[in-house]
Design a protein around this ligand. Structure first.
Ligand SMILES: [Cu+2]
Length: 202
């Protein structure tokens, strides 16, 4: 009887230790998300950045002030999520008609090594003509990713394989005319739902 009791206690202790370890690891995974939150619980997303557009001109966060912006982070060699999302955003902007003219759509690369201004210029020509496409140095891109709490990681073997993939978050950020974060536009929404979500903030 006593032996059985000891065995049960050991199981409970092991379970608690496992739960504590799991909680610790989850907390680490969530650290980026937590860091992006302000005291009010509203995500503190955005900030200052300086990048280069598809024409080689410098664009900073202050250049985007005065009108709402739709910011999508991706890369031109993405086989699926990026082109699909950019097509849906393009369609959503068309559905908004003249109301859509108020919005500045922005593509920011998470793959600055391959996505030069020229490469981005060719790429965004496939989507809404109002898009601006931004790139920068590795450090500039790392800074803007941190400001927007974007996750992006090149696949293993990227150093030796020129056709490497990049794993990344695929949310679109709706930013107000004051530069403050307003809403996420999920890439899984239909263009019509995207348009409605954008319209709520015009
Ligand atoms: Cu992608």
């Amino acid at each position: 009887m006593a032996q059985r009791y000891v065995f049960l206690v050991l199981i409970v202790v092991a379970a608690l230790a496992g739960a504590a370890l799991f909680a610790y690891q989850s907390a680490e995974d969530d650290s980026v998300r937590v860091a992006a939150k302000g005291f009010s619980g509203v995500p503190r997303i955005g900030g200052t950045f300086q990048l280069t557009d598809q024409h080689g001109r410098t664009v900073s966060d202050s250049d985007l002030r005065g009108r709402p912006a739709l910011i999508f982070f991706g890369y031109t060699q993405c086989p699926d999520v990026c082109p699909m999302t950019l097509l849906r955003l393009t369609e959503a902007l068309e559905l908004l008609g003249h109301d859509g003219d108020a919005v500045q759509p922005v593509f920011i690369t998470i793959d600055p090594l391959r996505d030069t201004p020229d490469v981005i210029a060719d790429y965004i020509a496939n989507f809404d003509p109002r898009f601006i496409g931004l790139t920068g140095t590795r450090q500039q891109i790392a800074n803007v990713e941190r400001a927007f709490a974007v996750y992006a990681k090149a696949a293993d073997g990227a150093a030796t394989n020129a056709n490497y993939l990049v794993d990344h978050t695929a949310l679109t950020y709706l930013i107000g005319p004051d530069g403050a974060f307003r809403a996420f536009i999920q890439q899984t929404l239909s263009p019509r739902d995207m348009a409605e979500r954008i319209r709520e903030h015009l």
